[in-house]
Design a protein around this ligand. Sequence first.
Ligand SMILES: NC(=O)c1ccc[n+]([C@@H]2O[C@H](COP(=O)([O-])OP(=O)(O)OC[C@H]3O[C@@H](n4cnc5c(N)ncnc54)[C@H](OP(=O)(O)O)[C@@H]3O)[C@@H](O)[C@H]2O)c1
Length: 288
Amino acid sequence: MNIYAKLLLLCSIGVAFIAVRWSATSFNEESLKGARVLVTGASTGIGEQLAYQYARLGAQLVITARRGNVLEEVVRKCKEMGAQKAFFIPADMASPPDAERVVQYAIEQLGGLDFLVLNHIGPSPYSMWNGDVEHTRWLLQVNFLSYLQMAQKALPTLEKSKGSIVVVSSLLGKICGPFTLPYAATKFALNGFFGGLQHELAMQKSNVSITICILGLIDTDSAMEKIKGYINMTAYPAHESARHIVEAGASRQPEAFYPWYTFYACLFRDWFPYFRDLAIQNSYTYNP
Ligand SMILES: NC(=O)c1ccc[n+]([C@@H]2O[C@H](COP(=O)([O-])OP(=O)(O)OC[C@H]3O[C@@H](n4cnc5c(N)ncnc54)[C@H](OP(=O)(O)O)[C@@H]3O)[C@@H](O)[C@H]2O)c1
């Protein structure tokens, strides 16, 4: 085979790979009618949009976050949008008993669970690391350990219902960047833990699927406020990201990427580390 034939073959394989990667998933919207769903961090941002996506498709919902008055309003909108049932439970994931209490409440209200959607994050500064170990310890409880507690509590009921755990993670849990060290550490931890759990569940022939969602920059108020003055890049719409997450969970994809560039960033992450790191450092503004 001459060099041109080899190049053509390589290009064809590349195109086929990309086409398969982005081809439509087998997502049947009807399958979510009546589905029993618990969404965390649903008072605002992507979590709020997730609640609306499930509501629109006729799911039964329990939503949680700390602010009960805001959750009450989200529940009202979910009912208007078509949720078969919608309840809320205020909880602080910094408090370990709250994580299990929320899952227990959802199981009682809905008679079981089909989807556990883990999305909440605690507030964390967007700045150079100041050496505050205690903040990272606290954030690990909110962003990581509470996810494990909720998954552990929900697994028996998800096993019965052939259900799914959906973990909302970040490109910053795959590729290191500046200014978000404690946050990124919790996201790397999530990817490592739930990626490993995917193997263990498969080896045990479990009915439960896990979908890990890798998100890039999304236009939520909290994200936009944080990056102001540090980085200038396109933020993608929260409702679109929520639609992708719901679809990926329902079609039991092991890993989902939104927006498109996150997939390629992960694919090529280790090919040219010197240029990757240069590009990352040059894309931020730093004025000490
Ligand atoms: N936005 C982005 O650019 C982006 C990029 C990549 C990944 N993600 C991921 O997407 C998910 C959602 O991000 P987002 O931008 O929508 O976040 P957000 O707007 O800051 O919302 C965070 C949610 O978590 C809740 N929360 C905060 N502290 C809590 C605590 N101690 N206990 C329980 N709930 C708590 C908040 O509600 P209360 O204040 O009422 O508690 C809120 O509902 C996160 O997992 C994030 O890592 C986001």
